[in-house]
Design a protein around this ligand. Structure first.
Ligand code: CMP
Length: 143
């Protein structure tokens, strides 16, 4: 079963969009396996965004993601990584189509509501950065 780390960023939490994000992922057919409201440390943020170190927006990104609570989640399901990124919409908000989460709720690329893993390798690394394995519930859907 594929897993993804999906996070409602500080702007999404402050705007009351946790429920909207969870609703869209649930109604698509994915299963929530773990969830946690947390303020992430600078160290966790640097690990999470290591690939962006050195980019012009890196400092802004780290300070934004550590600025307030985020809602971190583990979701599971077939093709959850690719399909959840379709539900999220493109990173650049000018490319995010209406009907997607970013297309419906975000105007700025820096404040784009949601993050989702982009590969199985990133997902496992990101999940391990924010969750202990015993916090993740493994279950099969029976209905
Ligand atoms: P995310 O999917 O969390 O992964 C990296 C983040 O960097 C991305 O979402 C954006 O929020 C942010 N980002 C990407 N490009 C820019 C940019 N040009 N200016 C500010 N933030 C950016």
């Amino acid at each position: 079963m594929e897993r993804s780390f999906i996070m409602v960023k500080p702007d999404g939490v402050q705007r009351g969009l946790i429920g909207e994000v969870v609703k869209r992922l649930e109604q698509k057919g994915f299963q929530l396996a773990a969830a946690k409201l947390m303020v992430i440390s600078r160290e966790q943020a640097e690990k999470h965004y290591a690939e962006h170190q050195g980019k012009s927006f890196y400092e802004e990104l780290i300070s934004f993601i550590t600025s307030g609570p985020v809602f971190g989640m583990v979701w599971q399901g077939d093709q959850v990584i690719t399909i959840s990124r379709m539900l999220m919409g493109k990173t650049n908000t000018l490319d995010a189509q209406p009907g997607t989460i970013r297309g419906d709720f975000a105007v700025h690329t820096g404040n784009n509501i949601i993050h989702g893993s982009d590969s199985p390798e990133s997902a496992e690394r990101e999940i391990a950065n924010f969750f202990r394995e015993e916090e993740i519930v493994n279950y099969e859907r029976t209905i």
